[in-house]
Design a protein around this ligand. Structure first.
Ligand SMILES: Cc1cc2nc3c(=O)[nH]c(=O)nc-3n(C[C@H](O)[C@H](O)[C@H](O)COP(=O)(O)OP(=O)(O)OC[C@H]3O[C@@H](n4cnc5c(N)ncnc54)[C@H](O)[C@@H]3O)c2cc1C
Length: 424
């Protein structure tokens, strides 16, 4: 990244943090406003915490069924045998200790007129403003043959946890010389560089443990995030082992046959020893129940406040939202969460939120000591979040291995920092 761009990103980061931290106008003298946040992932947990800073008088309830959160970033390293799943897991104790009420249940319904959320145990939580941050759900059946039972044979591992371990165990059990196939979805989906980082770290596992094996990436698109960097690193690190097949060359998977781990394309059939199917996705299902998802399955939002374009007083952040040019990443979810909390705190006092600037950086590991990244700054433009012209960029195409090693260390450092901020 050029020095100028780094300085620009730093100045925007400072401005964004300052905006998120400013206390805002004093609330009118009345009962504390109630905000309910659904989903304790990168978006929801960050947002709940940001409200404590934006205005500590707001009564915040975080709704999350899980006792611990299992993070996706770096979960590809778990699949590649480089990291344990326990390093991905975080408890909610510190969040509760910070003055946020925790409701340990799934939200099952939202009454936008009455302004209340119903939980799986029947509890109803009234709100003045609701923030939905449910992440993604799989579109079961959108890829013919791929249903919940199929995921037990051809794991997606696109929500971290048991699926991550299943894919790892399948790779460990596979004899040397086997064919591994990854099916990558069409846009939009969670973590645009994620399938290619996964391909890299599975290739690293095969190269070091099962070198006679082969990895095929069947892609439903012709272009992907950080493509030049990935392709050049693959030809350097994994020649003859990893093959990427774009849509135009027969990469589009049209159906799967789980019993034989077969992936079918218009050009042929591939029987895999291990198949990782990353299927089409949509916003977490509570979004649909709340009436904030459109026909695409994702949630249109106002780019200043993240308020739903379909339901007043309901805000949507993180992967579930249609955030324009911003990718669906944990980094973006955290930035959106802070912006949304600051905006909602102002709306609750009758003030007008200012247009935000949001940053995203996505690191990917191509090998344990080989990292690459893409970064961008986003602001509202024409009702969407658009990339600030000239703000973005990727790692240099030509760089010494020391630079790649530094970016791999930065990826680890970013993960430690964000998880400490959100859950620590
Ligand atoms: C393999 C992989 C690698 C990735 N690597 C990176 C990376 O390096 N960097 C990066 O920035 N991003 C990365 N990502 C993307 C990142 O994981 C997501 O963008 C991020 O988790 C989105 O945050 P979220 O809060 O929207 O969703 P999540 O983090 O999935 O959180 C959603 C939460 O909502 C809860 N929930 C869902 N429905 C309900 C309900 N009805 N009631 C209550 N709670 C509910 C869930 O239990 C969950 O805890 C990666 C993703 C994958 C799959």
């Amino acid at each position: 990244m050029k020095a100028g761009r780094r300085a620009f990103l730093r100045s925007v980061l400072a401005a964004t943090a300052a905006a998120a931290l400013s206390p805002g106008p004093v609330l009118a003298q009345r009962a504390a406003p109630r905000v309910v946040v659904v989903g304790g992932g990168f978006a929801g947990a960050s947002c709940a915490r940001a409200f404590r800073t934006a205005d500590p008088r707001i009564a915040v309830t975080l709704v999350e069924p899980g006792a611990t959160f299992t993070a996706c970033p770096l979960s590809n390293s778990v699949i590649g045998g480089l990291r344990e799943l326990s390093a991905q897991q975080f408890a909610y104790e510190r969040i509760a200790a910070g003055g946020i009420a925790l409701a340990r249940a799934a939200a099952t319904a939202v009454d936008a007129q009455a302004r209340s959320v119903t939980l799986a145990d029947g509890t109803r939580l009234p709100y003045d403003r609701l923030v939905l941050a449910p992440g993604i759900d799989i579109r079961w059946g959108a890829l013919p043959g791929y249903d919940e039972a199929a995921a037990g044979l051809m794991p997606h591992a696109w929500r971290a946890g048991e699926q991550t371990l299943l894919l790892r165990r399948q790779l460990e059990a596979m004899p040397d010389g086997g064919l591994v196939v990854i099916a990558a979805p069409a846009n939009p989906f969670r973590c645009p560089p994620g399938p290619y980082e996964r391909a890299s770290l599975i290739a690293h596992y095969l190269k070091t443990r099962k070198p006679r094996s082969k990895l095929l990436v069947l892609d439903a698109k012709d272009a992907f995030s950080k493509q030049r960097l990935f392709l050049s690193a693959w030809s350097e690190l994994y020649p003859g082992l990893l093959e990427w097949v774009p849509l135009s060359k027969g990469g589009g998977v049209t159906s799967v046959e789980p019993a034989t781990r077969t992936l079918v394309t218009d050009f042929g059939r591939h029987q895999a020893a291990v198949a990782n199917v990353i299927p089409p996705q949509k916003a977490g299902r509570i979004a649909e129940a709340a009436g904030v998802a459109d026909r695409s399955g994702w949630c249109p939002i106002d780019p200043v406040t993240f308020e739903s374009r379909l339901q007043a007083r309901i805000h949507v952040i993180g992967d579930a939202a249609i955030a324009g040019a911003m990718p669906k990443s944990a980094f973006a979810a955290n930035a959106q969460a802070k912006t949304c909390a600051a905006a909602v705190a102002r709306l609750l006092t009758g003030a007008t939120p200012s247009p935000p600037k949001l940053i995203n950086t996505c690191y990917s590991l191509v090998a344990p000591d080989y990292g690459i990244s893409v970064a961008g700054v986003y602001q509202p433009a024409n009702g969407q979040l658009a990339e600030v012209p000239g703000s973005g960029g990727v790692s240099p195409t030509e760089a010494p291995r020391a630079t790649r090693a530094l970016e791999a260390a930065l990826a680890e450092g970013w993960f430690r920092t964000i998880t400490a901020e959100v859950f620590g």
